[in-house]
Design a binder for this molecule. Sequence first.
Ligand code: HEC
Ligand code: HEC
Ligand code: HEC
Ligand code: HEC
Ligand code: HEC
Length: 369
Amino acid sequence: MKKVSLFLALSLALFANNAVHEFAPSKECASCHPKIYEEYYGSMHANSTPDKDVIHKAVWDKHPHNTKLEQYSCGKCHSPAANDLDKMLTKGEKALPDVKNETHQEAVSCAYCHRIESIEKHEQSNTNIISKDKKSYYGSTRSSLESPYHKIITKENEHFANGNVCIGCHSHNVNKSGLNLCSTNVNDQMSGANCVSCHMPKVEGSFSSIIETKQHAFHGFAGAHYNSDMLSKYVNISVLRNIDNFIVNVDNQSSHALLLHPMRMAVLKINVQRGKEKIELEKEVFVRVIGKDGKPAMPWAADTTLKNSMIQANEKREVKRDFRLEKGDKVNVVLGWFLVNPKALESLGLENEKVAKEFHVFKKQSFSF
Ligand code: HEC
Ligand code: HEC
Ligand code: HEC
Ligand code: HEC
Ligand code: HEC
């Protein structure tokens, strides 16, 4: 009897992450990797839990896994270092996010990410396989010197340099109706760019306080919430003047759609400065609206994409305005986004949350004619 239940427990655990649920707390890394820790601490990976991310909380609050099952299935990606992750992912069990449980608050922790050994592909969402050795960390850069705190296994794991380390959580998330809620095209073979090279660029400052290096990989994870300025070079904007109209070209050079989460709404604002007069032209909106029965619906209920005007991977989108430009005119364009589509704010109870309702400016440019 005992044997059978042990076997069952083990096979269920495999579903989560290899039955490995003990991770060194991220603050233990701070003394020797202070810059990396500081960057990381302000990133969405350190703040992906319901207590720290109001947008995530708003959706979780309404989710049937919360209201009916009391099971935080989101933990697979949002709090993978949780000591009760298996319960969160095992049918029939109950396990809710807990502010007082420190392992929940570790979110996507340093040690969790640096122990990703390989990635198992699955239809609904991938699974990270975590190494059993608590204090051996994978990396990409060096293995010449020993750290006094941990071992480093750099050479055996190519996932850190090629970006695969990210796709366990980011590649896709398919709901019960088979709708992919969030799809990130996997790495761009053509340009050689990958998740890591774009989102963790090399920045100034040593990666540890023990061994001096000029640079380290940025751990603030540039994205839609924070540090998006580090990514603006991957989206080029230009304006082409014709006789009776002009075209704003938005050239997305990243290997995935401009924004990925279906809650987002990107906007291109255009105006023309003519002498002292400022002429506002129609805005262009880029969204992916998911829904059911022809109406927008929450991620767990949606079974189809109703509309997709989001700028896709490596797409150059032409936005035409029937406006005749004159000599001396200046065209001002602003590309940015709302993290939560303003139409969904109220139904999620986010109408008073600055982070959800403010407009994030991504790129601002002027063109003189
Ligand atoms: C397979 C991994 C995975 C699972 C499971 C998952 N998420 Fe996420 N979630 C992500 C990733 C990756 C992002 C970041 C996507 C982005 O920024 O485009 C994200 C972002 C979000 C956001 C946007 C947060 C913000 O601050 O803008 C919300 C809301 C969200 N998830 C809700 C949930 C809820 C609720 C659950 C559980 C019912 C869940 N997710 C389960 C991977 C996952
Ligand atoms: C007592 C100091 C100390 C502590 C604490 C420490 N490290 Fe390190 N770490 C180092 C040193 C020194 C190196 C450089 C070793 C080398 O050059 O090979 C290093 C290198 C690394 C690397 C580099 C791998 C690569 O690409 O070469 C990773 C990843 C890493 N540490 C992760 C962590 C994590 C995660 C924690 C916390 C759980 C942590 N470290 C805590 C001293 C420390
Ligand atoms: C254990 C799962 C997991 C892994 C592995 C992971 N992420 Fe994430 N990532 C998330 C979740 C969950 C979020 C959303 C957090 C939220 O908004 O609450 C996120 C958010 C992000 C964001 C959005 C940040 C912002 O400011 O909006 C970026 C960019 C990102 N991840 C890049 C990466 C990269 C690059 C890697 C690989 C080095 C990676 N992630 C690995 C789970 C993961
Ligand atoms: C060529 C550069 C490039 C590559 C390669 C790339 N990205 Fe991005 N990523 C961008 C740009 C540009 C944006 C949009 C600006 C922003 O969100 O700050 C973005 C946005 C994101 C966001 C935020 C989207 C949202 O809706 O919140 C996530 C998450 C993300 N990328 C993850 C990844 C992952 C995971 C990979 C690898 C599979 C990857 N990116 C590969 C450039 C890149
Ligand atoms: C989402 C996954 C993820 C998280 C979380 C994460 N790292 Fe990393 N880390 C990486 C990847 C990927 C690289 C390789 C970067 C490269 O090759 O450019 C890396 C590189 C490093 C390096 C080598 C530095 C360098 O310049 O190449 C150190 C040291 C390190 N991480 C420590 C940490 C510490 C400490 C934390 C927490 C404070 C942390 N990491 C959190 C993914 C992560």
